[in-house]
Design a protein around this ligand. Structure first.
Ligand code: ATP
Ligand code: MG
Length: 598
């Protein structure tokens, strides 16, 4: 279907609140120093993520506002006000202190999307304890590996997750001194008696602890969070972030997501990933919004119902979820109405242009793609609230972010040598000028790998992109995923997006397959929307469609049907796995594979 290259926003798309009237001017005037000054800072100097997210509001007019609202299918909602969240996180910090756990110690959380997880993360941050969230669907092996590599001192988890996934391998985590157990629903009220050495009942400890605030003394450069990357391209890397990241979380919550205290916000990312932490937990609290946490897994009907009944105004989700909603058909969306919804954004993978337009049809609003990485700690490039969208583009650098496209002068140099490509329209590696507050400060135990990410003051992202004449950035592919076919460089995303335009296609993943003549040939794997059948006629129709859209040199030569594509638990298509399977090679690190070891 032919769609215009620019989606000019109408008043209906913007549901434009008055504060956006001077949005462009605000962006132009932006400076990180001012953004830092917009936060309160600690009374004795210093900066702390949890203080800004919780304590600051608990001491002011937002004290009674609901900060977090947890919903589940078979249980009544649980709500925590800013005041209550402050008390609970003070208590949790006191519990840690009573165990002799202090600044610089390392806490892991493996507790689903529960109150306990949120309280533990924020309480630990107050003490200067470094936090790593783990995804609760990880199997025992990935959990043990991460706790061992991160030298975890404390783990907060549920009794069932502990019994199934931690206890069997506990001997492999020699640094782990304390396991704090909570009930399955993470409600922090029901006690979990335990007499196993090294495991404690968190609810009992909380009840006995004081809710006196602990003294918070963190400095902006003190370590705060260690996040493991998604493992899309290889073994996950541990990226270290500091408390100063809160400045980015606050600024991007405003400039990329347009959060305001009256918002009812829902970020669908799991807190086991950087998105769930930065934008599920930290950024919304910084802005004093009411944030929804759904404890259930994806379900199209449930999600539409939640958007409607919870009167969500700002929604942050991912392409994989959007594609699943698209797969379920627009009719399902039409059975609901979303009058409160005023802004929708997506991150994690390229958002196909079809999905942007689909948003307008199904939700009544276009979807705003934005780009960032575990390493960047926060949103860097975005289609923003008040500017036009170019469907298929990641948008433009946010205020305070300086992006460019570079080419490498030497393939294997260390440190890398690069040259900035000034003219628009040229593909190269996406780079960012260092200096934004949430930039990672190291890879766990891998200084060499970290140094390879920098050329002078440029951070090299490992993603290929191009910038157009209007300053919008277009994702081409991972540097590792780009296909070299008969002298052409082909980005998988372009091919996948063209396939997605075909009405039968729900998802597409494209790889380069070694070929004696072409070097690599383009092979596509597709899964189909409901009501379509995989057969030869459809395969030919897809090939013809792709050739028409992309030309013979770029279009796939081979198309295979799969019921679903392999993806990471954070929702990214794992092209390296499609390729390994196609070529009969070892699958490599599959610890983050969805549906992998439970
Ligand atoms: P690993 O580094 O372990 O291979 P990963 O890069 O997938 O995993 P994350 O940090 O979770 O780990 O993901 C960041 C990457 O996701 C980006 O580098 C980019 O490739 C991709 N990405 C994120 N958002 C977008 C987007 N809007 N458009 C295109 N790609 C995106
Ligand atoms: Mg990466």
């Amino acid at each position: 279907m032919d769609r215009p290259a620019i989606l000019h926003k109408t008043a209906a798309d913007l549901r434009l609140p008055p504060h956006l009237a001077d949005y462009a001017a605000q962006c132009r005037a932006f400076r990180w120093e001012d953004a830092r000054a917009a936060l309160q800072g600690l009374p004795g100097g210093g900066l702390n993520i949890a203080f800004e997210a919780v304590d600051r509001h608990a001491a002011g007019p937002l004290r009674e506002r609901i900060a977090l609202r947890f919903v589940a299918r078979d249980a009544p909602p649980v709500e925590l006000s800013y005041g209550e969240l402050a008390r609970q996180t003070h208590r949790f910090a006191q519990v840690l202190r009573s165990l002799g756990v202090g600044p610089g110690a390392h806490l892991f959380v493996l507790a689903g999307r529960t109150p306990a997880l949120h309280v533990a993360v924020l309480g630990a941050l107050k003490l200067g304890v470094v936090v790593t969230p783990l995804f609760s669907a990880f199997g025992p092996e990935p959990i043990a590996t991460r706790i061992r590599l991160g030298r975890g001192d404390v783990l907060v988890t549920t009794d069932t997750l502990y019994a199934r996934k931690v206890r069997p391998l506990r001997a492999q985590m020699p640094t782990l001194r304390h396991v704090l157990l909570v009930a399955e629903d993470g409600a922090l009220a029901s006690t979990i008696p335990t007499d196993e050495p090294g495991t404690l009942d968190l609810a009992a400890r909380m009840a006995a602890a004081s809710d006196e605030p602990v003294a918070i003394t963190t400095r902006p450069d003190d370590p705060a969070l260690l996040h493991f990357t998604s493992g899309t391209t290889g073994t996950p890397k541990g990226a270290l972030h500091v408390h100063d990241a809160v400045v980015t979380h606050h600024a991007t919550g405003r400039y990329a997501l347009d959060l305001h205290p009256e918002d009812r916000y829902w970020c669908t990312a799991d807190p086991g990933w950087v998105t769930g932490m930065s934008y599920g937990l930290i950024a919304p609290l910084l802005h004093g919004v009411t944030s929804l946490v759904d404890r259930e897994e994806f379900d199209a009907e449930r999600w539409y119902t939640l958007l409607e009944s919870e009167r969500i105004s700002v929604w942050y989700t991912a392409p994989t979820a959007i594609r699943m909603l698209m797969k379920a058909g627009v009719a399902l969306a039409r059975r609901h109405a979303f009058p409160a919804l005023r802004f929708v954004a997506s991150v994690g993978e390229p958002l196909n242009p079809e999905a942007v337009w689909w948003g307008r049809e199904a939700l009544g609003l276009p979807i705003h793609d934005n780009w960032w990485q575990t390493e960047t700690g926060g949103i860097m490039i975005a289609n923003t609230p008040a500017f036009d969208i170019k469907p298929g583009s990641m948008g433009r650098p946010l205020p305070g972010v300086e992006a460019c496209i570079v080419e490498h002068l030497e393939a294997e140099g260390a440190p890398p040598q690069v040259r900035v490509i000034e003219p628009p329209g040229v593909e190269g590696e996406l780079a960012l000028r260092r200096g934004w507050p949430s930039m990672f400060r190291g890879y766990l135990d891998n200084e060499v790998r970290y140094r390879k990410c920098f050329a002078g003051d440029l951070y090299l992202t490992g993603d290929l992109a191009r910038r157009d004449a209007d300053g919008y950035y277009w994702f081409v592919g991972r540097a590792d995923d780009v296909i070299k076919s008969a002298g052409h460089l082909i980005g998988p995303f372009e091919v996948e997006s063209a396939l997605m335009e075909h009405p039968a296609v729900a998802e597409a993943g494209v790889i380069g397959k070694p070929d004696p003549v072409l070097g690599e040939l383009v092979k596509a794997f597709v899964s189909l929307r409901a009501g379509h059948e995989a057969n030869e006629a459809l395969r030919l129709s897809l090939l013809a469609h792709a050739r028409l859209r992309l030309g013979a040199a770029v279009a796939p030569k081979e198309i295979a049907f799969l019921p679903a594509l392999p993806r990471t638990r954070s929702g990214k298509i794992m092209r390296r796995l499609l390729k390994a399977r196609e070529l009969g090679l070892p699958e490599g690190d599959t610890s983050t594979l969805e549906g992998g070891s439970p």
